[in-house]
Design a protein around this ligand. Structure first.
Ligand code: ATP
Ligand code: MG
Length: 406
């Protein structure tokens, strides 16, 4: 992509209402624009990152035998009345049509996935069943002040699984937990598996995937010695400084964190509500056990910015960077190299604007693509190579550049 063809514009100053780093940097670097509190447009660069995160999530969900679908955002009120969510869920956006009918906007999709799968599930032979989609969610959040970490409209991957009994569910729950850890590892994040209450869903324990960051809103206690981590908001049994209840070798530390995903055992709540039954091997009709598994795709993008930046701008991990290479052309140079890189399947952002070198370099740092290449009269036949994380520059040939990039 050429910068002159795109409408990527960088800003020197962040908007006044941008209180968090992800909000400030994503707007300044031209990834998003805020329409109103908690609602954002994803510009070309932002959309590329969102798609890359979605793709990693998609690959890992497919890997655990789940199938992608796309469920609606606009729901009939009746589905939410059946489960009680219509009156109980305070963040549910309600919409009235001109014919005075009531609708809800998806804040999650249990209310559509359960009646849907009831058409396909009849006996134990139809189970387990696991489907997911990646789609926008709407929540009437009161505090939408942390940039894309808390949207009123946000992108979520939500997966739903159905099982003939608890044992089969428990197995899949563990499989899904492992897939989640692979997702976050690929995204360059350390996500702590955190015990929490089942929220509005059930009395059972759920697991949140928390990334330590001061921009997060979850209060957690974690152990530096082992994997123990607990959400204090739900489980008030422990305090900072208590001995770790798991390894008993270190003291618990308190931190703020952002919940990038979670997994819930929903039990039979929704299968009972929608009358979804399956005949088991003994010939008895049972309500399948259901699980739901969410990942906040847009929140995760914000968390990545909170974790990976410096005073100059964003530092995208390679796997989710909007482009492989940021090519800076000076004095009208770079067109040939841009073509050659594309021929070699390198995804390149070409700064072909007629601007001073300093300004282009600042923008490259702000946008945060892992590799910067510069061609100018000074570099002659060679190309200057620099990684975003390093101050070292090298003059290399085209072949050497390709080798390094691959
Ligand atoms: P939180 O505790 O942060 O409000 P939640 O427990 O309500 O989140 P879920 O309903 O389980 O979240 O949603 C699944 C995932 O969607 C969360 O783990 C989080 O990553 C993401 N998410 C939830 N609410 C928002 C929001 N308002 N903006 C962006 N992402 C969100
Ligand atoms: Mg939560």
């Amino acid at each position: 992509m050429k910068l002159t063809d795109s409408f990527v514009t960088t800003l020197r100053d962040a908007p006044k209402d941008a209180l968090t780093i992800n909000h400030q940097l994503l707007v300044r670097a031209g990834f998003v624009r805020q329409l109103m509190a908690g609602v954002y447009t994803y510009l070309p660069l932002g959309l590329k990152v969102l798609n890359k995160i979605s793709q990693i999530v998609r690959e890992e969900m497919n890997e655990i035998g789940s199938t992608e679908v796309l469920m609606p955002i606009l729901h009939p009120a009746i589905n939410w009345k059946i489960t009680g969510g219509w009156d109980k869920i305070d963040v549910l956006f309600k919409v009235k049509s001109r014919t005075k009918r009531d609708y809800a906007l998806a804040q999650s999709n249990e209310e559509t996935v359960t009646p849907l799968t009831s058409e396909f599930i009849h006996t134990y032979k139809d189970l387990p069943l696991s489907i997911y989609h990646i789609n926008w969610k709407f929540r009437d959040e009161l505090r939408s002040k942390s940039g894309i970490l808390r949207g009123r409209e946000f992108l979520m991957k939500d997966l739903y699984s159905f099982h003939i009994d608890q044992e089969d569910f428990d197995k899949y729950y563990q499989t899904a937990k492992k897939a989640y850890l692979r997702v976050f590892e690929r995204l360059g994040l350390v996500a702590k598996v955190t015990e929490a209450s089942g929220g509005g869903f059930s009395e059972k324990v759920s697991y949140e995937f928390e990334v330590l960051t001061s921009a997060g809103e979850a209060n957690i206690l974690y152990c530096n010695n082992c994997e123990y981590c607990v959400n204090i908001d739900d489980i008030k049994k422990y305090n900072e400084g208590d001995n770790c209840p798991l390894c008993k070798k270190a003291k618990l530390k308190a931190s703020l964190a952002s919940e990038v995903g979670n997994v819930f055992d929903l039990g039979q709540k929704y299968t009972k509500a929608f009358g979804l039954t399956a005949v088991n091997e003994k010939g008895t009709k049972v309500y399948p056990i259901m699980g739901c598994y969410g990942i906040g795709i847009s929140r995760t993008m914000g968390v990545i910015v909170e974790k990976f930046h410096d005073d100059k701008g964003i530092i995208w991990p390679r796997e989710v960077a909007p482009f492989d290479v940021h090519l800076v052309g000076l004095n009208g140079k770079g067109e040939d190299l841009y073509k050659k890189l594309k021929e070699n399947h390198i995804d390149v952002l070409f700064d072909d604007r007629d601007l001073p070198a300093g300004q282009k370099f600042n923008d490259a740092d702000l946008i945060g693509i892992p590799v910067r290449l510069v061609v100018s009269e000074k570099t002659c036949e060679k190309i200057e190579f620099k990684e975003r994380t390093s101050d070292k520059t090298e003059l290399l040939s085209f072949d050497e550049i390709i080798k390094k990039l691959k």
